[in-house]
Write a protein that binds this ligand. Structure first.
Ligand code: CIR
Length: 263
């Protein structure tokens, strides 16, 4: 997304330490998480002034990862997802309430499941990863909604890892970063005029592209940051160690809403 009008975030839950994670060996520091989240929000707010933050919910440990609750299709249309992890289903309520009245809201129910983290937007194309969280029925619903808006939806299996966007993301409208260890079928990007760059660090595969060639990169991926600087991008580095411990990365804690006609 390169002309962002507004940003939506959600405060980390007081129960964030109980989030879903594949490796719980290193303890999560909640104070540090809150500090890192504030820095994330501050960084985005300096670039996009219109920012709203939803309250946290003690019953929803993963609610900070608001990206998974919806897919914004254009400046007036959003799909509220049915997250694949049952413990995350209720996260969508607050997001739906907030966006209702502002956007045309579509919803999804079982057996369809989809996490926003599995949907990568490249211009007028959506690329959805079929993962443990996002199934064919969820992707088909997305495709059906997107098509009349002139948006094509492609899909590809995610061979391993949590989300498609844990394994690849846009650093700018022309540059796609991917983690070569995941084994994504790169033919899914054909015809999209992208430079594909294999990143040297796993935590470098998910970056947050912002307007004016700005991009946020995790402090855990210094070599990826250097590659992007060498390509002339304006790189900001953030420490998101506590989000990484929760299998989260830079796109996950925000929803970016486009300006009319911009995508
Ligand atoms: C989960 O397992 O659902 C969370 N702990 C992490 C979600 C990260 N979200 C994302 O990659 N879009």
């Amino acid at each position: 997304m390169f002309q962002v009008d507004r940003i939506l975030t959600r405060k980390p839950s007081v129960s964030f330490q109980n989030c879903i994670r594949h490796d719980a060996s290193s303890p999560i520091d909640l104070d540090l998480m809150n500090h890192q989240h504030l820095a994330y929000v501050k960084c985005l707010s300096q670039i996009v002034s219109d920012h709203n933050q939803l309250d946290d919910d003690p019953a929803l440990p993963d609610c900070v990862f608001i990206e998974d609750t919806c897919v914004v299709l254009d400046h007036e249309t959003v799909l509220i997802t049915n997250p694949g992890a049952p413990s995350r289903r209720a996260e969508v309520q607050a997001v739906q309430e907030y966006l209702t009245g502002e956007l045309r809201v579509h919803t999804m129910v079982d057996p369809a499941t989809l996490d926003g983290g599995d949907v990568l937007r490249v211009g007028q194309t959506l690329i959805a990863g079929r993962s443990e969280r996002s199934n064919e029925a969820g992707i088909q619903l997305l495709r059906d909604l997107a098509k009349p808006l002139g948006i094509e939806t492609r899909s590809t299996p995610l061979p391993k890892g949590l989300h498609f966007k844990s394994a690849c993301s846009l650093a700018s409208p022309e540059v796609l970063l991917y983690d070569p260890s995941v084994g994504i079928d790169l033919s899914v990007f054909e015809g999209l005029s992208l430079d594909l760059i294999a990143v040297p660090e796993k935590d470098g595969a998910n970056v947050l592209a912002l307007p004016q060639q700005r991009v946020i990169v995790s402090q855990a991926a210094p070599r990826t940051a250097r590659i992007l600087e060498q390509r002339g991008l304006d790189v900001t580095i953030l420490n998101i160690s506590e989000m990484h411990k929760a299998d989260g990365a830079l796109t996950c804690p925000s929803v970016r809403l486009p300006a009319k006609g911009h995508w």
